[in-house]
Design a protein around this ligand. Structure first.
Ligand code: SAM
Ligand code: SF4
Length: 470
């Protein structure tokens, strides 16, 4: 019998890439590949790359340099493939800059990996960055029960890909193409199968997930809210999430779903990018700061324990001190449970990259540091507001110490529990006893303890907007 061939996949960037990496591993499992965590013993290394900022793209070339050295020193014939958005955007350039690469494959061609690999093995340096007519999802095999188990009880399901919004800073519409939604029946099949294999939480993902408009079984186009209502009927599925949303597509049905579906977690990642109307217009976001406040107010009415997360860009071309102050002001008014913030990175081919009024690097760095201090404080205040609260934790993996398990709160915080009377995949009701910078700790709640609640009225994030403005 042949030894199984070993596959090492490294994902950079967003959750869509994590999902895609799993699907590539599932496709190659059929070809006899088993996954390894050690690139040195791999027969095939795939770097699943991100092109969103310059730094993210450059990481790929330094990783390729490391792999070349490792290959030379070991005298190995490991094959190297580059997938993801850098592959899509810079296919031929990768081949030129990194002769160690055997295969470049764009996100729409992952179902073709076995044949592309065969061509590369025959000595050809292969680049496939087409947007083929066939739907890759129809050809990507489902994970085996063992693969799903090894990935834990929280899974991603892609429901939508691509974007038609064309924010002036963003490469996604170019690397991932036009917005396409998957049919409802296919998503339901995938979700039901995952739940049957032990998954308890599903995050529906898409570059613009709340623009979802997949074909429903009745022949009409279904919204994300309608899809989630159907999914909430899957027996055994305890939790639902969705990401990443755009403020423009936050419609009333979706807000009402947070009120009506107990499985839908009270946590929303809603990127705002800036608090300045002038900058939002220049970014082509097609929403203003007041639209953002109005969404949050409606959300909190629908679900008072709703917590928020967001993305911010500082130093977009033309951003003045006053524009930046407006962003800080928005953060103070909303109070975020967590957030991602970035310096604006000019991306070749996007309109903002050619803007004359680029903000100097030092100003970007100073603004980012100031914004991050504020966001950290906001996160710390939210975490602190969880002390003494009780909520269900989905236990996901072992902790560092014997007997410990780590799970996720409804707000995606990591929660460490010592010697829980439960196993990975269980939902355990836990009272938060300690709050650290990176995680919380808790103890199983007493079954007869009535002093605890899921959503205290005093939580910073349940305060109405008007009160926060004071
Ligand atoms: N579709 C989502 C939205 O509309 O907000 C986000 C997609 S993008 C993968 C994730 C985040 O990367 C964005 O929200 C934005 O904050 C950041 N980003 C995108 N392009 C960027 C750029 N050129 N420079 C800095 N940050 C950028
Ligand atoms: Fe990029 Fe999101 Fe804007 Fe689409 S909506 S262009 S993915 S930032």
């Amino acid at each position: 019998m042949h030894e199984p061939r070993k596959l090492y996949v490294k994902s950079f960037g967003c959750q869509m890439n994590v999902y895609d990496s799993h699907r590539m591993a599932d496709t190659l499992a059929r070809e006899g590949f088993v996954e390894t965590q050690d690139p040195a013993e791999a027969d095939l290394v795939i770097l699943n790359t991100c092109h969103i900022r310059e730094k993210a793209a450059e990481k790929v070339y330094s990783e390729l340099g490391r792999l070349r050295k490792q290959k030379q020193e070991a005298g190995s014939d490991t094959m190297i493939a580059v997938a993801g958005c850098v592959a899509q955007a810079e296919g031929a350039e990768i081949m030129r800059r990194a002769p160690v690469v055997d295969l470049v494959v764009g996100p729409q061609s992952y179902h073709r990996l076995p044949e592309l690999l065969a061509e590369a093995r025959a000595g050809k340096r292969v680049v496939d960055t087409e947007f083929p007519a066939e739907d890759k999802f129809d050809h990507l095999p489902a994970p085996t029960r063992a693969a799903t188990r090894s990935r834990g009880p929280a899974a991603f399901v892609t429901v939508q890909e691509g974007c038609d919004k064309f924010c002036t800073f963003c490469v996604v519409p170019y690397t991932r193409g036009a917005e396409v939604s998957r049919p409802v029946a296919k998503i339901m099949d995938e979700a039901a199968r995952l739940v049957d294999q032990g998954v308890r939480e599903i995050s529906l993902i898409g570059q613009n997930v709340n623009a979802f408009h997949g074909a429903g079984p009745d022949g009409t186009s279904w919204s994300l809210a309608r899809l989630m209502e159907r999914m909430a009927g899957i027996k055994g599925l305890a939790r639902l999430r969705y990401t990443t949303s755009h403020p423009r597509d936050m419609d009333d049905d979706l807000i009402a779903a947070h009120r009506d579906l107990p499985q839908l977690m009270p946590y929303l990642h809603l990127p705002v990018q800036s608090g300045s109307d002038r900058i939002l217009a220049a970014m082509n976001r097609k929403h203003g700061r007041d639209d953002f406040f109005a969404i949050i107010e409606k959300m909190r009415q629908a679900r008072p324990d709703m917590a928020l997360s967001s993305d911010f860009i500082v130093g977009f071309p033309g951003e003045s001190e006053q524009d930046f102050e407006d962003t800080l002001d928005l953060v103070r008014k909303v109070g975020f449970a967590s957030a991602y913030s970035f310096k604006y990175s000019p991306r070749p081919g996007t309109p903002a990259a050619d803007h004359a009024a680029q903000v100097p690097e030092e100003a970007k760095a100073e603004r980012l540091a100031e914004l991050q201090r504020l966001l950290e404080a906001s996160k710390a205040a939210f975490d602190e507001s969880c002390r003494g609260r009780t909520f269900d934790i989905l236990l996901e993996k072992p902790g560092r110490q014997a007997g410990q398990l780590i799970g996720r709160s409804p707000y995606l915080q990591s929660v460490v529990v010592n010697d829980p009377p439960a196993a990975i995949g269980d939902l355990l009701t836990v009272t938060i006893t300690d709050v650290g910078p990176n995680s919380l700790a808790g103890i199983p709640a007493e079954a007869n303890d009535t002093s605890v609640s899921q959503s205290p009225a005093s939580s910073a994030l349940s305060r109405p907007l008007a009160a926060m403005e004071a």
